[in-house]
Design a protein around this ligand. Structure first.
Ligand code: XMP
Length: 328
């Protein structure tokens, strides 16, 4: 199939243009899918959420969403996916609690590439297991967007059709990619018009391997919880300070070493928590956001008081290059 965004396509920047796109897609999706079923891996990220909302409007219960909780999601994410899609949009949603399956496989694995590989492979296995259980599903929906296609054509990143699924599964499905001619900012405008919550539509980028790459070295459940809790505090404070829509990406990292501290007159021996907040346009070059000193003081106080296992907070002032955004 020719991969092209029409040269004369108007950039979707307004609610009216988004409505027109939504109407047209609903017609096309209904014509393509008919009375058949469609499967979608719904992570809760912007692209898959917008695809889910479009398909719910177009074919309702014929859409089967699978949300895999691999234990590396941010605090509140699985709950939000269930609330928004199952409770509010009445979607047919299968929730798979695969936390133990992933964390058991990752136990003792410290090599970053091996960690990524295990997370990717395991995700496909879990999703393929769910797909094999379902009968009468002819279509697979994906949140492919226009930059994915451009990067794939330029040989920068594989635009993995059918998400690397094994052949016995992939060959069963015809692909449905309703946002593939959109840029990210257009996907967000469409998402807003579809009624998705602002914090889902305006979400900062989040890597596929999730908090796994922010828990450097071998992941342990207690250190992973420290990453999740400190990240939740950082996001809450950025929201309150009006920074959440302004800073490109911000998160915490809890490295695998301990240092001495003191709390209530007693010695502690705990991990540091590193804060990273960066800005960029293309993620090839990144600058550091300079946070107000009172916000840093407040974050240090909250994180060291509220997050078990943390006795020190550090701020990463390194741009890219020489550092990358993520630690692994
Ligand atoms: P780096 O660390 O390479 O990150 O400077 C650049 C941007 O890419 C995101 N990132 C990932 N996204 N899967 C993803 O979907 C990954 O494995 C991955 N690794 C990094 C990172 O969060 C940043 O926005």
């Amino acid at each position: 199939m020719a991969e092209r965004r029409p040269d004369d396509m108007v950039r979707i920047t307004t609610p009216e243009l988004a409505d027109a796109f939504i109407d047209e897609q609903i017609k096309e999706l209904r014509a393509q899918i008919g009375d058949k079923k469609v499967l979608l891996a719904l992570s809760g990220g912007v692209d898959s959420s917008v695809v889910a909302a479009l398909l719910i409007k177009a074919v309702g219960q014929q859409l089967v969403c699978v949300h895999v909780n691999h234990g590396l999601l941010r605090k509140g994410e699985p709950e939000q996916v269930i609330k928004v899609f199952r409770d509010e949009m009445n979607a047919n949603l299968i929730y798979v609690d695969a936390v133990d399956r992933f964390l058991d496989k990752l136990e003792g694995v410290s090599d970053p590439e091996q960690k990524r590989h295990i997370i990717g492979e395991e995700f496909i296995d879990v999703f393929a297991d769910e797909a094999r259980k379902l009968e009468g599903v002819d279509f697979l929906a994906q949140g492919t967007i226009w930059p994915d296609i451009l990067e794939s054509e330029a040989g920068i990143k594989a635009h993995h059709n059918a998400g690397g699924l094994p052949e016995d599964i992939a060959s069963r499905f015809e692909l449905v990619e309703p946002v593939k001619i959109l840029f990210k900012d257009e996907v967000r405008v469409v998402g807003r018009q579809l009624g998705l919550p602002a914090n889902m539509v305006d979400r900062q980028p989040f890597p596929g391997p999730g908090l796994g790459v922010r828990c450097p070295g071998a992941i342990t459940r207690d250190r992973l919880e420290a990453v999740r809790e400190s990240d939740a505090i950082l996001r809450e404070e950025f929201e309150k300070a009006g920074l959440s829509g302004k800073v490109w990406q911000y998160f915490t990292v809890v490295p695998d070493f301990k240092s001495t501290g003191v709390k209530n007159g007693k010695r502690t021996f705990d991990w540091p928590c590193i804060i990273r907040a960066i800005n960029t346009t293309d993620v090839m070059e990144v600058t550091v956001e300079h946070l107000p000193a009172d916000l840093i003081d407040h974050l240090v106080s909250r994180i060291t008081t509220e997050v078990p296992g943390i006795n020190r907070v550090l701020y990463d002032y390194t741009p890219k290059p020489p550092a990358t955004v993520e630690y692994e």
